[in-house]
Design a protein around this ligand. Structure first.
Ligand code: SF4
Length: 338
């Protein structure tokens, strides 16, 4: 039975080359053809010996997931794709252009188990972790027609529950034989799994981390994000501090601002107090409504007020109006149409 070469190239090409009696450097050539030159047939791989191409041809096929939907925002600055994997699991992925930055937000799971109340992905059934090659395939789709200079693991799913595959995907993203994107331009976003943050600090210190904090009140945070019951805020902030101490990098706290839920002056004050010791950036993301949700998007006055409270601290504060919210491609909206 033939297998998908994208999976083979990431997971076991070394072993295959050994079986074929080929030199290990052939792996680099195969990666170049697949990940950099977008080859769609083994015939195109002109620097591989004929015999090797024939062996590859008999063991593998070259196939990306099926593109089932493309939605573009009116200004062409956001593109959302829905892709169907070989087992029919469907995921979404988003490309965004902001000033001179071109970012792809990739999914690491089909669905998500964590049930954050403000997130559309939580409403679709969790199917499984994605494999590294399936994460890379999201980038390969965009790469053919768009620039990519940043990658964020911020789409569907909780990355900390799929770190082994993410590490493999990062190897391809950063490799000179892959996408050649600097690790400093890669961010893993988590709902707040402390041991995952510590793992990244220890094993992938060049990778950025963003924590979806959303409240510093245990009660409100648990209401918004049920996983918070397992990981108290103090434990999470200790992991954040460990990351900043170990890597010398700032950490990002994402704060989905929801009208009447987490946007008071006290919320801002506690947020500043608790993050004071941690070199960080606080990213306020005005809530993106999802169909039939009970939360309300804050108006510009509420957003401004909250930002002004935070400005009195020393953290860097940004307000990120999610790109593509009109096509349900903003933060927390992926899966709303699946
Ligand atoms: S916000 Fe992230 S972790 Fe929470 S349900 Fe959505 S995808 Fe899962």
């Amino acid at each position: 039975m033939k297998n998908n070469i994208y999976k083979g190239a990431i997971d076991y090409i070394e072993k295959k080359l050994e079986d074929y009696n080929e030199k290990p450097f052939r792996k680099d050539q195969i990666w170049l053809w697949l990940f950099k030159k977008d080859a769609t047939s083994f015939d195109e791989m002109t620097d591989l010996p004929k015999k090797l191409k024939e062996k590859l041809e008999s063991d593998f096929y070259i196939k990306l997931p099926k593109l089932i939907k493309t939605i573009k925002s009116e200004d062409d600055k956001t593109i959302k794709l829905a892709l169907r994997m070989e087992d029919r699991a469907i995921i979404e992925t988003v490309w965004m252009k902001e000033q001179n930055r071109h970012t792809v937000c990739i999914s690491c799971q089909a669905g998500c188990k964590l049930g954050c109340r403000f997130c559309a992905t939580a409403r679709i059934k969790f199917k499984r972790n994605l494999e590294a090659y399936e994460m890379i395939s999201q980038l390969l789709y965009f790469k053919r027609s768009n620039l990519i200079d940043r990658v964020v693991f911020m789409g569907m799913g909780e990355p900390m529950f799929n770190l082994t595959e993410i590490e493999k995907a990062i190897e391809v993203i950063t490799s000179d034989y892959g996408l050649t994107i600097s690790p400093k331009r890669i961010t893993i976003s988590t709902s707040g799994i402390p041991h995952g943050i510590v793992y990244i600090a220890d094993k992938m210190p060049k990778i950025g981390v963003a924590i979806s904090l959303n409240s510093v009140s245990e009660k409100t945070r648990t209401e918004l994000m049920p996983i918070a019951r397992k990981y108290p805020i103090r434990e999470l902030l200790n992991a954040a501090k460990y990351y900043t101490d170990k890597t010398g990098r700032k950490i990002t706290f994402e704060y989905v601002l929801i009208s009447g839920v987490n946007d008071s002056r006290d919320d801002a004050r506690h947020l500043l107090e608790l993050t004071r010791e941690i070199p960080c950036k606080i990213n306020i993301i005005p809530y993106n409504p999802i169909p039939s949700a009970r939360y309300k998007k804050p108006d510009s006055f509420e957003i401004d007020k909250f930002r002004t409270y935070l400005m009195s601290g020393k953290a860097t504060i940004t307000v990120r109006f999610s790109k593509g919210s009109e096509i349900l491609a903003g933060c927390g909206q992926l899966g709303a149409e699946l």
